[in-house]
Design a protein around this ligand. Structure first.
Ligand code: NAP
Length: 247
């Protein structure tokens, strides 16, 4: 397996859950990692301490990636600190679940902004450096919900489907610069987002997963590490770590 020594990765929403596991995995493979967080400063700094304590390179950077200026500042901080950007994982996301009939405009806009617009803002911010160096690996964290839809998640499903379409268009535009763009579409993964569900809902979900369990953040992280170490000829794809729930 190739290593990521000398490479620099930005992982948005890396203070918790899947993003945290991705940041740790990329750091374990030698990348210098920018651990982006928004509210969870302590967990983000604890992750940086863990990485640097093990001999790796990492910094924590606060940015609301739903704000274009914050996204630009995040990329600039990565460049100031490490001099280049090779990998961008657009992972930050929220959900504000509500039936369409009850969903407020704010709930719609917050999810579209945090889950979809942020990927455009961060991608735009890192592209000049990637294009100039003719190298980039961009992974957009979509979801099985962007492929299947779900009751009570119209905002989230629309944002995640938008990330798939963004990935395909970006893949076509950017291939000439050796920049690949893929959409990761996990099924249900054991993080705060899923732990918050009731036992009843969890049991009903597991009954629909052929492999009979939720996934783990480290399983998604390993898939992303594979993409950035071995995936030179993979672009514009939807990648489906989902236990077989959607085929
Ligand atoms: P999580 O545990 O709730 O963590 C969400 C992360 O996003 C946190 O680090 C949070 O940072 C960050 N974040 C939220 N708003 C942000 C903003 N405006 N700017 C910067 N960071 C922000 O979620 P997760 O389950 O790990 O999910 C991570 C991604 O995978 C999301 O995009 C989610 O939609 C997707 N996904 C999750 C599942 C699943 O089953 N868990 C399945 C498919 C896809 P702070 O805490 O610092 O604010």
């Amino acid at each position: 397996m190739k290593r990521l020594d000398e490479q620099v990765a930005i992982v948005t929403g890396a203070s918790r859950g899947i993003g945290r596991a991705v940041a740790k995995e990329l750091a374990d493979y030698g990348a210098a990692v920018v651990v982006n967080y928004f509210q969870s400063q302590e967990p983000a700094e604890a992750l940086v301490t863990e990485i640097t304590g093990g001999g790796g390179k990492a910094i924590a950077v606060r940015a609301n990636v739903g704000e274009p200026d914050d996204a630009k500042a995040l990329a600039q901080r990565a460049l100031d600190e490490f001099g280049r950007i090779d990998i961008l994982v657009n992972n930050a996301g929220v959900n504000r679940d509500r039936s369409l009939r009850r969903m407020s405009t704010e709930e719609w806009q917050e999810v579209i902004n945090t889950d979809l617009n942020s990927a455009f803002y961060c991608t735009s911010a890192v592209l000049p450096n990637m294009v100039e160096r003719k190298y980039g690996r961009i992974i957009n964290m979509s979801s099985i919900i962007g492929q299947m839809g779900n009751i009570g998640q119209a905002n989230y499903a629309a944002a995640k489907a938008g990330l798939i379409a963004l990935s395909k268009s970006a893949a076509q535009e950017l291939a000439r610069y050796n920049i690949t763009v893929n959409a990761m579409c996990p099924g249900f993964i054991e993080t705060d987002m899923v732990i918050a569900l009731s036992d009843e809902v969890k049991e009903a979900l597991i009954s629909r997963i052929p492999l009979g369990r939720f996934g783990r953040p480290d399983e998604v992280a390993a898939f992303i590490r594979f993409l950035v170490t071995e995936g030179d000829w993979i672009t514009g794809q939807q990648l489906n770590p989902n236990g077989g729930m959607y085929m």
